[in-house]
Ligand binder design. Structure first.
Ligand SMILES: NC(=O)c1ccc[n+]([C@@H]2O[C@H](COP(=O)([O-])OP(=O)(O)OC[C@H]3O[C@@H](n4cnc5c(N)ncnc54)[C@H](OP(=O)(O)O)[C@@H]3O)[C@@H](O)[C@H]2O)c1
Length: 392
């Protein structure tokens, strides 16, 4: 596997979408944390906005600027050919993302994004995984709060359990935070695309090789009171369980028979009932175009929580893992999940692909498969807690 001329490229990392809400946070994180000598650039559709952003960043003079627009495939090809690693925050990805994945797969460029859209992940697998394997490009989706704490948290939990035996892990997510215009637009768009989402999943199953000699399942589970975490557990049908399933299929360490269940954990029953009702109402409204348009006007692209609000935000994902006679309780926890920590996760993943010694992988891969240990260590060093609470 050879990454096509990757060493000769002008930039180690290019951040596409740097002028957006989470894009700017990621640019700032990179500006404050890139080691000396790393060559990196910000990219987007407005050169003027990019130059203004560069002036606000520490060490701005060293940062390159590249113009690219998702409606101009030649500009995406040029972007991919100028970098070893491209990280993109230009979403909703199902609307804007495919061209850049195609360009990176073709150019042998490593690709990272923040998608939480399963339809997009399935479509890019069908369209670009084979080419990326040929060129050596690693295509890593969901490098933000979707799905890094869950994917690496399960990876971390599995490593506390015995090898070669059936294992089960339950994940319980709690957050105290709000969201941005970009995230709201992506969520609404997804709610309206149920049929296309199922069609993409089916198409993927037709292309994906079957797992032989091992079993991996991610059942939805049922709402229940989970005494182990002292909260109501509500099944959480996000992209996270799918990402965990792909890591478990790819890595023998998850054992011969692996099960993962993904839940939102809510302490008080009325809050749990209210949460389910609110998501149900949003899901229903998203099916009606005028209601969807009205809702999407509530939060503009580029808007997001203030730094004061983000400073009060937090997340915790608790895992209960079991197998081979051992039971382990672990936790991944940090600050503002959707933005500050997401920017950190994306930036550290980009640095990890650009700089660290990693297992040889190519094609569509998860964070656990492409960079499990190295990224976990990077995030720990950057203040995200991965801890074992108890082993029985
Ligand atoms: N997985 C997670 O945990 C997580 C967390 C946070 C965000 N996200 C996702 O990340 C994405 C970005 O969120 P956000 O809040 O940062 O959104 P945002 O503020 O609306 O930013 C969107 C970015 O896309 C750029 N863009 C739009 N159309 C473009 C085009 N034709 N060509 C090139 N660039 C274009 C915008 O450029 P301009 O500045 O020129 O308009 C902007 O830089 C969303 O899909 C969101 O769902 C995921």
């Amino acid at each position: 596997m050879s990454r096509l001329n990757a060493a000769d490229r002008p930039y180690d990392i290019v951040l596409f979408g740097a002028t957006g809400f989470v894009g700017e946070l990621t640019a700032r994180y990179l500006a404050e944390h890139t080691p000396e000598g790393l060559r990196w650039a910000i990219a987007g559709r407005s050169e003027e906005k990019l130059r203004r952003l560069r002036e606000r960043l520490p060490g701005g003079a060293e940062i390159g600027v590249l113009r690219a627009d998702v409606s101009d495939p030649a500009s995406l090809r040029e972007l991919a050919e100028h970098a070893r690693v491209v990280a993109t925050t230009v979403g909703p990805y199902v609307r804007y993302g495919d061209g850049l994945v195609a360009a990176c797969a073709e150019a042998g460029t490593d690709y990272l994004d923040l998608t939480g859209e399963p339809e997009f992940v399935d479509l890019t697998y069908v369209r670009h995984d084979a080419r990326a394997r040929e060129t050596g490009a690693r295509l890593v989706h969901a490098c933000g709060f979707d799905s890094v704490p869950h994917d690496l948290g399960v990876y971390f939990t599995v490593r506390q359990l015995p090898e070669g035996v059936p294992l089960s892990v339950d994940g319980y997510v709690r957050v105290g935070a709000t969201f941005s215009g970009g995230t709201f637009a992506s969520a609404l768009g997804q709610f309206a695309r149920g049929r296309r989402l199922r069609a993409a999943a089916l198409e993927r199953r037709r292309h994906e090789p079957r797992l032989v000699g091992r079993r991996v399942v991610t059942p939805t589970g049922a709402p229940r009171f989970a005494g182990e975490v002292g909260a109501w557990a509500l099944p959480l049908p996000t992209v996270d369980a799918q990402i965990v399933r792909r890591s478990a299929k790819a890595l023998e360490r998850y054992g011969p028979d692996f099960r993962y269940r993904h839940y939102a954990a809510v302490r008080h029953l009325p809050v749990a009932v209210g949460g389910v009702a609110a998501v149900g109402a949003l899901l229903a409204a998203a099916q009606v175009p005028p209601a969807r348009r009205w809702l999407s006007g509530r939060l503009a692209p580029g808007d997001g929580p203030s730094s004061e609000r983000r400073a009060r935000s937090w997340f915790s994902v608790r895992f209960v893992g079991e197998g081979g006679g051992r039971k382990v309780f672990t936790e991944v926890a940090g600050g503002d999940p959707g933005y500050d920590e997401t920017a950190k996760m994306l930036a550290e993943a980009a640095l990890c692909l650009a700089l660290d010694t990693l297992p040889p992988t190519a094609g569509q891969v998860t964070t656990a498969v492409a960079m499990g240990d190295a990224l976990t260590e990077r995030l720990r060093a950057a203040g995200i807690d991965f801890r074992v609470a108890t082993i029985r």
